[in-house]
Unconditional design. Structure first.
Length: 408
């Protein structure tokens, strides 16, 4: 069952499952809220609702990549080919210094409810990550970490450091319920080791009498592991994690044929489903009464309003796309940079215009990752294919296209 918050939380779970996730966000909002943060939140959401290019508030969710180095080799992790990081002109591999991280936090702590301390790598590989977690937590920011938890030297001391570091939410990426299915995507990992480390964390939290961190097992559903979902549910209950989150991932086009999960009852290939859910057969279309066309609801991207992404080297992006290539960076952070100047500078105001359908696809600058992202392009593609958009969105898209034609 898919609940109404599915688009927000990218989960296949029921409403009860999604409510559990929503509580984590609400917890951070209430626990770390201050009058200044709440007023900032209102200003950001007001600007987003209006579709303003200038935002009077500051980002209240931070994404900071402590490292892009990883102990696993997943086939299409983020930018798909991790070897590209080492190519000429690319970002390369590295680690963020703890003092550099603190400079970012010092500027944005007055506005932030959460910091997601992960990106293209494994954040728990290096000791400075614990110093970063503690610093952010002590500055009244909720800390969220995502880890594959497939480290060899994960002992009781390290488990205690994680539990005591101030983390509120630990996402455990484990995409299988056996070594065979797990290692197909998480190449180089050890499934039994991940289970052992999960148990150690749950036991350590219980022993130290802590309520947090919240342990969230994230399970990406692929064709090769979808038969193990019930086994994963059983393991999650046995280990004692707080949530098993089942997610249909975004699979790159070149991998869809072999990685896309099969629909229920699908033997092979793809079976088109009619409105009734029955397989359509040749010759039956004429006898089927015409269906009213559904309105395609396209949600505007919230990243340029609510969040900001820092690569390990200080490169600033509007989201986690384009981390391989420094040419996509909107700015480069250092101690002398005031983030507020970047936040409403020409690059950020441009990507907000893209997010609000104010620039036609043909006029989008390829120097921004948004120009190749489905979110700002989707309304134009839907209209091009003759499908129905929300009337207000459709009106705006048509006005943008008319302006583009007039300017050409």
């Amino acid at each position: 069952m898919r609940g109404p918050l599915n688009r927000i939380f990218a989960t296949t779970g029921s409403l009860a499952t999604q409510a559990k996730i929503a509580r984590r966000y609400l917890y951070a909002f209430l626990r770390h809220g201050t009058p200044r943060k709440y007023w900032n939140f209102i200003k950001v959401e007001w600007a987003r609702w209006r579709g303003d290019a200038i935002v009077r508030g500051m980002p209240y969710v931070l994404k900071i990549e402590s490292t892009n180095i990883c102990n696993l080799e997943c086939p299409f992790c983020l930018d798909r080919d991790r070897s590209q990081f080492k190519a000429e002109g690319m970002r390369g591999f590295g680690r963020m210094r703890a003092d550099f991280f603190k400079e970012i936090i010092d500027q944005l702590a007055p506005y932030a409810f959460n910091v997601n301390l992960y990106g293209s790598g494994e954040p728990l590989l290096f000791p400075e990550a614990y110093e970063m977690m503690r610093y952010a937590a002590d500055r009244n920011i909720g800390v969220r970490i995502s880890s594959n938890l497939s480290m060899r030297d994960f002992d009781d001391e390290q488990a205690a450091r994680i539990v005591e570091a101030g983390i509120e939410h630990l996402i455990i990426s484990c995409h299988g319920a056996s070594q065979e299915t797990y290692e197909k995507y998480q190449v180089g990992g050890n499934f039994e080791r991940v289970l052992r480390n999960m148990r150690k964390l749950v036991e350590t939290r219980r022993r130290l009498k802590r309520r947090l961190p919240f342990f969230d097992w994230q399970f990406l559903i692929f064709r090769h592991n979808q038969h193990e979902l019930e086994k994963a549910r059983t393991l999650a209950r046995e280990i004692g994690v707080d949530l098993l989150r089942l997610i249909y991932p975004n699979i790159p086009p070149e991998h869809k044929e072999t990685w896309r999960p099969r629909a229920e009852g699908e033997a092979s290939g793809y079976q088109a489903q009619g409105e009734s859910g029955q397989e359509e057969r040749p010759g039956t279309a004429a006898s089927t009464p015409p269906q009213k066309r559904a309105v395609i609801r396209v949600e505007r991207c919230s990243w340029p309003y609510r969040s900001i992404y820092f690569n390990w080297d200080g490169g600033i992006l509007p989201c986690c796309d384009g981390t391989t290539t420094p040419a996509f960076d909107l700015a480069k952070f250092d101690a002398a940079l005031d983030v507020r100047a970047v936040w409403n500078g020409p690059h950020y105001t441009t990507v907000r215009r893209y997010a609000n359908c104010e620039v036609s696809p043909a006029d989008m600058d390829k120097r921004y990752t948004c120009a190749a992202c489905l979110k700002p392009l989707a309304p134009f593609l839907v209209l091009e294919k003759g499908m129905l958009l929300d009337p207000q969105v459709e009106k705006k898209v048509k006005q943008t296209l008319a302006r583009a034609r007039g300017a050409s």
